[in-house]
Write a protein of this length. Sequence first.
Lengths: 118, 479
Amino acid sequence: MLVHYLPLIIMIAIGAIFGLTNIIMAEILGPKRSTRAKLSTYESGMEPVKSARERFTVKFYLVAMMFILFDIEVVFMYPWAVQFKSLGMYGFTAMILFMVLLFSGYLYVVKKGALKWD
Amino acid sequence: MGIDLFGSLPLVVIWLALGGVGIVIQAFVRDNTRLVFGYYISTLIATGVLAALTFGHTGLTFDGMVTMGGSGAFFDILFCVTGILTMLAARPYLQREDSEIDEFYTLLVSAVSGMMLMAHANNLVVLFVGVELMSISFYVMAGFFRKSIRSIEAALKYFLLGAFATGFLVYGMALVYGSTNALDYATITSVVRAGTTPFPMLLAAGVTLMAVGLCFKIAAFPFHQWAPDVYQGSPTVVSAFMSTAGKAAAFSAFIPAFTMLMPVGAGASYVMNMQLALAVIAAVTMLVGNISAVAQSNVKRMLAFSSVAHAGYLLMGIVSGTAAGHQAIVFYLTAYTFMQLGAFVIVSILERENDGHLEFSDYAGLSKTHPVLAFLMAMFMFSLAGIPPFAGFFGKYMLFIAAIDSGFTWLTIIAVVSSVISVYFYLGLVVKMYFSDPVGEGHATNPGTAALTLGVAAAFTVLLGVLPSVLQSMFTAFH
């Protein structure tokens, strides 16, 4: 039974060796000539304006949350669409119900003004 | 297999009424708490009635993932009744605190729907969804007084610790799945009973982790430390609901899950150890709950520790592992729900703004200023202490008998001792109410619809104590 996990272990080992080798080789072989621009926060050369540790308005989180909700909804639809024929009427009804429940939640969100920016 | 539509009706109706209709009503109606309140009360009544109708209609539905009728339907009725009683008590309380927002009722009904799913679960994933639905609603309800620091503290503590405990539960489920290759209860039971799993250690670890997750939800030692802070900080009606319906829901999931994981005469060797571990947890929970309650001066904290102690008594039924033990749990849960709810609702009626009037000393001479409330409180305290003729006595009696019959006499002795300790603080409150003089002037109280809650809770506390056979006769339909 455990032998079925062998490919997984080999995969993990290859991943670990590949990652570690790259880091160690870069550390040994890479030339180190640092300049001020290279050591700044953004290596692209953008000047940092101020500290990134500040409080963001809750609106960002609201939008992000809604996005995840409806994003996941679509993810659920792919397997359903692939298996559409074999699931038949039962799957169709279940999916419609799921969509209706989510849509009523969407109505609530819009009506409560959660998506208004100002 | 598909769906048995009639048997699934209680679940389907509460979901559609909540997610399909209730949310839309709230989207278009603004600040009409009366309408929303009435709508959700009727939703819970309809769900409860449907559960009662499907009581005898046992079997499986939703492709075998959900059970119908029997004990699940019984718990549905209990959750719906508790939900209705809490809503009746919550409306005047929230209006007094000037924070009645209609979403409170939505969250409450959503918690009830999660509890129903827990009671009906026949599949580990369904159990997980139910637990999360209930817990997330609770996290929000605990922080419902957004301007109170204590309420926010309660919500944050409950959320962080609760999420952590859910992690234990899920990881346990994953290990059980990994070692038995099944998610549905029947298959897992057959694998456990035959002892055919190639990974017995993983299975034992999974069962232990699931026990940790569930013990957190029932607030058993050593996973009980959240209970006093959360119950003290939350709005009092929310504490009432969490400590009664929430605990009942956790046990409604605990019973089938551990009947499945620790079947009688199982081949897996961990079963005996697990039973002993749960027995020790039960014993320590009772002692810690009751001894800590003695030291409290705040009534809400006292009730919180008493709810920890009651989780210990209830665990005795799980430890016994017999049908009699499980029936004793159901009986005691029903009795406990009414008496604990009643006690918390009285606290919520007497409470004043900014956590005022919550100390033991504030209850001095209550029999002179509020004779009816003092009388009911005394009755609930007697029942919680397990003094006949109230419901608490028969519940404890049945649990103790079940534990003795399965050979846990030492556990019963500890239970009796700790229940003697509990008499000290339960009756301490009664003595304060009846044999001290009131300090300062009594304030006017207006219980409103909460009076109905108290009436029903008191009626059941007496009825179940005088005629326990009313409930026992329903148990024949279980399993």
